[in-house]
Design a binder for this molecule. Structure first.
Ligand code: ATP
Ligand code: MG
Length: 313
């Protein structure tokens, strides 16, 4: 990774970042069809580069075992979360990645504070954790459908006016705590237009092999489009922080969304700059002793060190 490449990635994602403290109006500020003048025919190559970059950094992240990265993916239905995860993570070692999807909370989950179930799925050091939907549902679907809040059985004074402001603060504080302790939080909102959602739903209905992806609930949620846009705008304004900024990724073109998501994650890893641990003096001595022992075990006629012989060491 050269400085120039790192700079290009930073410049590429800059227009997607929600400036901390700014007031977002999604429809005005972010175009779901933006494509940074890229062409689809260049996308395969670009994504391939991004994917191999991620693989390299993830391997270093795991070896260093100091930081864990949490990637939160939010979107409206048919926004492309699943496809983004599949493509962007296609090159990384599955042992180092943990994907968690969050659905309607279970009875057990409702018996705890609202952040409990998300905290349980956090990545360990050395891992990349992906949240397919995340703690942000607690200020999105729960806000658009207040009966979800009733089910959380909060004490009276924790659920009155000001509950959303308080949740924004609690989420910001929680993320700050994570970042300060070695767990940077990367937040991506896949920003889909209403018309593209309509097209994707129709495709799911028209193609039999996609029918399973469609549910009547999707249409019911679509009827709340404007409320969701408002909830997203307010959430982005309140929770894009210097330690964990939001990136609004244009999602009407799947190929572009995937490149953006890879670039945002790559940017975080580049900034972390995880390194393979260096072997100290004592460990090096041990390595050399083991090498001598293995060389001594070479059978008649075999190279003492076949690897070194082949690689001209
Ligand atoms: P797919 O792309 O496969 O549809 P999905 O993430 O939409 O994936 P679903 O099983 O369709 O998964 O939906 C999960 C549902 O759970 C969503 O409608 C979402 O709003 C809801 N949900 C998630 N978190 C919460 C929460 N904290 N409270 C209430 N509902 C929630
Ligand atoms: Mg769904």
């Amino acid at each position: 990774m050269t400085d120039k490449q790192a700079r290009r990635i930073a410049e590429f994602i800059a227009p997607l970042r929600v400036e901390p403290g700014s007031k977002v109006d999604l429809a005005r500020d972010f175009d779901p069809r933006y494509r940074a003048r890229l062409r689809k025919r260049d996308s395969t190559e670009l994504l391939r580069t991004g994917v191999s970059l991620l693989a390299e950094y993830q391997s270093r992240l795991a070896a260093q075992d100091t930081y864990g990265v949490l990637l939160c993916l939010q979107a409206l239905d048919a926004g492309g979360k699943d496809g983004t995860i599949r493509h962007v993570m296609s090159g990384v070692n599955p042992q180092g990645v943990r994907v968690s999807s969050f659905k309607v909370p279970s009875a057990e989950e409702l018996d705890h504070d609202y952040l409990w179930r998300y905290a349980r799925q956090l990545p360990a050091r050395g891992e990349i954790g992906i949240f397919n939907r995340s703690h942000y549902e607690e200020v999105l679907v729960v806000r658009v459908h207040p009966e979800n809040l009733d089910r959380q059985r909060l004490p009276e004074d924790a659920r009155g006016r000001g509950v959303w402001k308080r949740r924004y603060r609690e989420i910001n504080d929680w993320e700050r705590h994570l970042c300060d302790n070695g767990f940077p939080v990367v937040k991506i909102f896949l920003n889909l237009s209403k018309e593209e959602q309509r097209t994707r739903f129709l495709k799911r209905i028209d193609l039999p092999e996609k029918n399973w992806k469609f549910s009547a609930a999707d249409i019911r949620e679509r009827a709340h489009w404007d409320e969701y846009q408002r909830a997203f705008s307010e959430m982005l304004s309140a929770t894009s922080t210097s330690w964990a900024p939001w990136y609004v990724v244009p999602a009407d073109r799947k190929w572009f969304a995937r490149i953006c998501a890879a670039a945002v994650l790559a940017h975080t890893l580049i900034e972390l700059d995880p390194r393979y641990p260096e072997v100290g003096k004592a460990a090096r001595k041990e390595l050399l002793a083991a090498k001598r022992q293995l060389e001594g075990e070479a059978p008649e006629g075999a190279e003492r060190d076949p690897y070194a012989a082949e690689h001209g060491d």
